[in-house]
Design a protein around this ligand. Structure first.
Ligand SMILES: Nc1ncnc2c1ncn2[C@@H]1O[C@H](COP(=O)(O)OP(=O)(O)OP(=O)(O)O)[C@@H](O)[C@H]1O
Ligand SMILES: [Mg+2]
Length: 370
């Protein structure tokens, strides 16, 4: 399948990057999204971790009349309790110690656009109450101000949790649940849409190949067959991470069975809804084979760098240093940001970098959050 065909896989749905949807299950999702896009109703995306909820949310936004307006994503599980109000509503200068200037919150930034509330199953009860109030009154105030601001964004909420159970266990407000559950869309796990695996794998081998090694990699038929058999408990994200690892670990242009088999660890076949701790990125070591684990990093990097350097030394002189530096930095930042779930402040602390330096580097490397 050529990339053009892949891009054409979901006609009519605008996406930030192509949404692969060859399976009937995924086509159903896209047709639901297409139908609801132009309506003024909120949408709830349900599905296991890594199934593509955020991508679907962006596609919904881009397919709607709000597409020229902002798409603002807020991971509600990641906000510190004491920052909830100012994050959501914004704050006026002097509203609290350290508020040196007025700042809009996410509700205000999302004006007339889409507010993507991610991981709502993890929302604190305090935040649930605040959110519900805004949804009912359709207005809010910045912290330290009494001037009401109209709330005009469409809410697209997402969770990998069983919300009804959370309601029964009183961890999630029933009134908020009904308010958000107007138009639920279930994004199916990858094991229920095998038809998508080959196309996804080829797309990722091409994209990650270009990003990490400068050219698109291909997959052998045997490699595809192996991937198609795997249960993918971490869904599309796990598939994408697996391909990235293989792209880095091999020196070849075509990924074969032997490049992928060591990266596919069998895991207990419990296929229930994924827990937050199930994130593949947190569980799987970057380098599965044991010799990689014991080898010093420098040796390991040299091993991987060698064919790359050899190739460069044959060609014209150029940007080898910059290219390698950028790739190393990108890899490091991606891993750390993955661990901190995108929290740049935490990432800067872990890396021992100044926050602004990190932000600048992320921007330069094209890794900043959209
Ligand atoms: N159908 C698809 N086509 C192409 N890429 C996809 C598809 N589905 C998911 N992806 C990619 O897989 C990765 C995971 O998707 P995404 O972040 O949207 O998942 P999620 O459901 O929001 O996961 P979580 O619940 O863990 O936040 C992203 O890099 C996304 O671009
Ligand atoms: Mg997500």
């Amino acid at each position: 399948m050529m990339l053009d065909e892949i891009r054409a896989a979901a006609p009519g749905i605008a996406a930030p990057h192509p949404i692969v949807a060859h399976s009937p299950a995924m086509r159903t999702v896209l047709s639901l999204i297409g139908r609801v896009a132009s309506k003024q109703i909120d949408v709830l995306l349900l599905g296991e971790s890594g199934t593509g909820k955020e991508l679907v949310a962006k596609a919904l936004h881009l397919s709607s009349e709000r597409k020229q307006k902002p798409f603002v994503a807020l991971n509600v599980a990641a906000i510190a309790q004491e920052l909830i109000e100012s994050e959501l509503f914004g704050s006026e200068k002097g509203a609290y110690t350290g508020a040196h200037e007025s700042r809009p919150g996410k509700f205000e930034l999302a004006k007339d656009g889409t507010l993507f509330l991610d991981e709502i199953g993890e929302m604190s009860l305090e935040m649930q109450t605040k959110l519900l109030r805004v949804l009912q009154e359709r207005e809010f105030e910045r912290v330290g101000s009494h001037a009401p601001i109209a709330f005009t964004a469409r809410i697209v909420a997402a969770t990998n949790k069983d919300l009804e159970r959370a309601v029964n266990e009183r961890r999630f407000r029933e009134d908020l649940f009904y308010r958000l559950n107007v138009f639920p869309v279930h994004v199916p796990p990858l094991r229920e849409r095998h038809e998508d695996i080959p196309v996804l794998a080829r797309t990722f081998a091409a994209e990650e190949g270009k990003a990490l090694r400068g050219f698109a990699l291909e997959l052998s038929d045997a490699a595809i067959a192996l991937l198609a058999e795997h249960p993918w408990p971490g869904n599309v994200r796990e598939l994408k991470n697996t391909i990235s690892r293989a792209v880095i670990l091999t020196a070849k242009h075509t990924l074969d069975q032997e490049d992928l088999a060591p990266l596919l660890r069998e895991r207990p076949k419990e296929h229930g809804a994924a827990r937050a701790s199930d994130k593949v990125t947190e569980e799987q070591p970057l380098l599965a084979p044991p010799d990689f684990m014991t080898m010093p990093l420098e040796e390991l990097v040299m091993k991987r760098l060698q064919p790359f350097v050899a190739k460069f030394c044959e060609g014209p002189t150029g940007d080898l240093y910059k290219l390698v530096e950028a790739q190393m930095e990108r890899a490091l930042f991606r891993l750390v940001l993955d661990r901190t779930r995108g929290n740049q402040l935490r990432a800067a602390e872990i890396l021992g970098l100044n926050r602004n330096t990190l932000r600048k580097k992320l921007r330069e490397l094209g890794l900043e959050r959209k």
